[in-house]
Design a protein around this ligand. Structure first.
Ligand SMILES: *Cc1c(COP(=O)(O)O)cnc(C)c1O
Length: 374
């Protein structure tokens, strides 16, 4: 036997994950079923109430005849279609199994132990998971009025900072930063810090001072914009998202992604969906009608709602026995309406509601009116 006395480090009795992994709080997805099992309206994950484009559904049906074949690993036809619709260079696009995969790839490629990455106080929790999974340290910047605060983010940059995640608009608050603020953030970051602009809800925003980050990602060396097919395109079940950025970053991501990370069904559906602009316009029009309607109706019954530019709203409840967010959630669930508690986002007395069909929106408003007066 060889002498092992020089290496008497205790060998663990079983495999141990690398540092950071066991510090991750598992992501809690929106519930899909009401307490009594009778779900009338699922409004818990910001899915569209309009389903998917007919063209996308047909495209998936066609793929069903060839399930034995590997998909195109570079999703070139899909990247070409996205490039055409958004007016960007397809060589600088990467597709992923949801934009969550792109966010993770960015963290794995640019973060390691000893590095820091910043996100804002009520920012999307996938960032925290991606940062820790990469072995790095999350740094949380406080928000002002439930909105990302550029100065708070910039003041937390150190020489260990490698990445900043910003959801614009943000989930679950529905608030956004005007593009002048995003530019100010970018201008204040050292050139080696990667700025990730997550525009999952970009298509819904109707504000003159909003930009998704397309142009910044086209021109800056340290900006990536991510988008998803899960929200306005109605393809959440297929898992499809994309990122757009400088060639050197897309090159790095392509080296670490799985060779066939996007399925053929997702590619086919994505090509059809991105070209169906009438479908997207209808989804925007639906949201433009119902987002303000739900907001105003809930305010009428005495609830406060954070002004949202996305396809969801954050509803705040009174700090009063029997009237808190958890009470409302239980009550709504009993009425078949599944919304989203957001205590894990540091918002213990709020509920997030996705804008649904007309019937769903009316049902939630009438149920909450009854809840508030009971
Ligand atoms: C829903 C959402 C995503 C999209 O996730 P997918 O993995 O593409 O389904 C990304 N960012 C934010 C802020 C979201 O709310």
């Amino acid at each position: 036997m060889t002498d092992t006395s020089a290496t008497t480090v205790q060998t663990p009795a079983r495999p141990v994950p690398k540092p950071g992994v066991m510090g991750i709080a598992p992501y809690v997805p929106g519930k899909s079923k009401a307490a009594n099992g009778k779900t009338l309206h699922k409004l818990s994950s910001n899915e569209t109430p309009l389903g998917a484009s007919e063209a996308a559904r047909k495209a998936v049906a066609n793929v069903a005849g060839h399930l034995e074949l590997y998909p195109d690993g570079s999703a070139s036809e899909l990247r070409a279609a996205i490039g055409e619709v958004y007016g960007i260079n397809p060589d600088r696009i990467i597709c992923g199994a949801g934009s969550d995969e792109i966010l993770s790839l960015l963290a794995y490629a640019y973060l390691g132990q000893g590095d820091e990455a910043i996100y804002s106080q009520h920012g999307f929790l996938v960032y925290d998971i991606a940062i820790r999974a990469a072995g790095a340290t999350p740094v949380v910047a406080p928000e002002t009025d439930l909105t990302a605060d550029v100065d708070a983010i910039l003041s937390r940059v150190t020489n260990r900072t490698k990445l900043v995640f910003l959801a614009n608009p943000n989930n679950p608050t529905g608030t956004y930063l005007p593009f002048s603020e995003v530019r100010r953030l970018h201008a204040g970051l050292p050139p080696n810090v990667l700025l990730v602009l997550d525009a999952a809800y970009g298509e819904y925003v109707r504000r003159n001072d909003y930009e998704s980050g397309l142009e910044l990602a086209a021109t800056a060396d340290n900006v990536v914009m991510t988008r998803t097919f899960s929200k306005i395109y109605g393809l959440a079940n297929l898992r499809l998202g994309w990122g757009f950025g400088p060639a050197h970053i897309i090159d790095a991501l392509n080296r670490i992604r799985g060779p066939f990370n996007v399925s053929g069904a997702a590619i086919a559906a994505g090509i059809a969906a991105v070209r169906d602009r009438a479908f997207v316009d209808a989804a925007v029009a639906h949201n433009d009608t119902w987002l303000p309607w739900v907001t105003v109706e809930l305010e009428k019954i005495g609830l406060s709602v954070t002004p949202s530019v996305g396809n969801f709203i954050l509803i705040h409840f009174p700090d009063e026995d029997g009237k808190r967010a958890t009470d409302a959630d239980t009550y709504l669930s009993g009425q078949g309406c599944v919304l989203r508690l957001v205590g894990n986002y540091g918002l213990p007395n709020a509920i997030r509601m996705s804008i649904g069909t007309e019937a769903a929106n009316r049902k939630v408003v009438s149920a909450l009116a009854a809840f508030m007066t009971k």
